[in-house]
Design a binder for this molecule. Structure first.
Ligand code: AMP
Ligand code: MN
Ligand code: MN
Length: 330
């Protein structure tokens, strides 16, 4: 932490970046640290290669986040947030990799410890928790804009204080953020309470797609490009839908197969997919994701593959043989 603060305070131009297809933590940590470093009169550029999902566009200064990095050579330091590996930032990974000093701030169990400085805490509920600690250690004031970013990061990464990463710090920091000016009901309304009609229709199609393995331990939900087209929705509208597949009694692992927009990769019907995995706590899905070249946390992980949909489903179904006996409480 000390070395990182020294590096940040002695840098002129700092690039901050988080993972593509960002969630609330990737955006919240990016904004909170970026706005804080500006208080130190640093020159700060915020980068995320994807469009910011509609539900996070209420965050103060969110329009500061740029999709492109025009002059990577100007930066003396890069801070990479909520990324297990540098490649998670997307197409700018190579350009960012050439920035002289890279600081890796993250909470994924699969973090590859890239960069010269690491602030990796796998027990942190969110990268926003670690960013909060860093801001406090720098002695900076947390204004309502920064507080809203941190609060949103923790709220969304803990699934509203329901997932297994929900720790004491999640409550303590969020309380402090409310004292600093956050309006919990307003944030909840933006993040969870303003779905488009198309998103509700997509939910309907996604629920209908759910299949469960013979032993009942694994559920698969599928969101295709066709479903998005039919409902007039964007990939971001599938965020969170996997939790419905996870809630089914006896299900230990839920998989959401998400067809990516680049479509067919060859004539054999192979396409690009992102697979999100969620566990009830009895199976470490980050290990499964790692075997497919992805990563994440014990309870929430993901990977991308090129496959035929039917082959991919079969591969995922085969995993469920190893999930053991169900543990029913009623
Ligand atoms: P998702 O699959 O987007 O629902 O993400 C679940 C968790 O796994 C998040 O913490 C992601 O950052 C992480 N994750 C998703 N895909 C990958 C990947 N390809 N490599 C490493 N981590 C990933
Ligand atoms: Mn994330
Ligand atoms: Mn996170």
């Amino acid at each position: 932490m000390k070395q990182i603060i020294q590096q940040l305070t002695s840098s002129e131009h700092i690039l901050l970046a988080s993972h593509s297809n960002p969630d609330g933590d990737a955006i919240g940590a990016l904004l909170a640290l970026g706005l804080s470093l500006e208080k130190l009169d640093r020159h700060v550029t915020l980068h995320n290669e994807s469009s910011i999902p509609e539900v996070y566009r209420f965050l103060p200064s969110v329009q500061r986040i740029q999709k492109q990095i025009t002059t990577p050579a100007q930066f003396d330091t890069a801070v990479i947030l909520d990324c297990g590996s540098l490649s998670r930032v997307g197409s700018a990974a190579e350009a960012i990799g050439a920035i002289p000093v890279i600081i890796n701030i993250d909470h994924h169990t699969t973090n590859k410890r890239f960069g010269q400085h690491h602030l990796v805490d796998v027990d942190a509920c969110a990268t926003s928790e670690i960013v909060y600690r860093l801001i406090k250690a720098m002695g900076l004031e947390i204004d309502p804009a920064i507080a809203t970013a941190i609060y949103t990061g923790i709220l969304t990464d803990t699934g509203s204080f329901r997932f297994s990463n929900t720790n004491q710090a999640a409550f303590a920091i969020c309380e402090a953020m409310v004292v600093a000016g956050v309006k919990p009901s307003a944030v909840a309304q933006y993040v969870y309470g303003t779905y488009s009609l198309g998103r509700i229709k997509l939910l309907n199609l996604a629920l209908d797609s759910i299949e469960v393995s013979n032993n009942g331990y694994l559920s698969i939900m599928t969101v295709t490009r066709e479903m998005l087209a039919e409902t007039g929705t964007q990939p971001e509208d599938a965020d969170g839908l996997i939790n419905y597949a996870r809630r089914i009694r006896d299900v230990k692992v839920a998989a959401l197969i998400h067809e990516l927009e680049n479509g067919a990769v060859d004539d054999g019907g192979r396409k690009s997919f992102h697979v999100s995995l969620r566990s009830d706590g009895s199976v470490d899905v980050s290990r499964i994701a790692t075997t497919f070249g992805g990563g994440g946390h014990a309870g929430a992980a993901g990977f991308s593959v090129e496959s035929r949909l039917s082959d991919l489903k079969q591969t995922i179904y085969n995993l469920s043989d190893g999930f053991g006996e169900p543990c029913r409480v009623n």
